[in-house]
Design a binder for this molecule. Structure first.
Ligand SMILES: [Zn+2]
Length: 139
C-alpha cells in the first residue's frame, strides 16, 4: 500500500498494514527552514500491527533519505545521508506512555488521525546532527 496523507494508526494497526512510499522533503516546512531540500525524497517503509505481548499498537519502519543542510564552517550546502529505524506506539493519552515498553516511542494521536508527512519529518529532525559540517579538511 502507498503512503496515505493521513492515517488512523490505531485502527490500521489493529488490522495490520504494510505501507511503502516516497515523501518529498520539499513539502516539509521544518526541513525547508534548515535548507532548501530541492527534489530530495525520503524512502519510507512502515508496518503497522499489534504488539500482542504488550497489547499496544505499533508503527515500525525505516526512513532512508538524504537531507540538505548548511555547513556551519563554510556556510555552503552539504548533503547528509540518513537511514533511520523507528518504532512508535500510537496512543491517545500521555498516561498510556507510562507502561509503554522502552523499545517504543509514544506517538500522540489527536482526533484519530496523524499526518504521515509530519510523523516522518519528526523522525528525520530527531536523527539530524546538532551541528552539520563538511568532513575535516573538506572545506
Ligand atoms: Zn563546509
Amino acid at each position: 500500500m502507498l503512503l496515505p496523507k493521513t492515517l488512523d494508526p490505531i485502527r490500521v494497526a489493529k488490522q495490520g498494514a504494510h505501507l511503502e512510499g516516497q515523501l518529498s522533503l520539499h513539502q516539509c516546512e521544518r526541513l525547508q527552514a534548515i535548507c532548501d531540500q530541492a527534489d530530495l525524497k525520503a524512502q519510507v517503509i512502515m508496518d503497522l500491527n499489534m504488539d500482542i505481548k504488550a497489547n499496544v499498537p505499533f508503527i515500525r519502519g525505516t526512513i532512508a533519505t538524504t537531507v540538505n543542510m548548511v555547513c556551519q564552517r563554510c556556510n555552503k550546502p552539504m548533503q547528509y545521508d540518513l537511514d533511520i529505524p523507528f518504532s512508535l506506539s500510537p496512543m491517545v493519552s500521555e498516561k498510556q506512555a507510562k507502561n509503554l515498553p522502552s523499545e517504543y516511542e509514544p506517538l500522540m494521536v489527536h482526533d484519530e488521525q496523524v499526518v504521515v508527512a509530519e510523523v516522518i519529518e519528526d523522525e528525520i529532525l530527531l536523527a539530524l546532527p546538532m551541528v552539520s559540517r563538511h568532513e575535516v579538511g573538506a572545506c
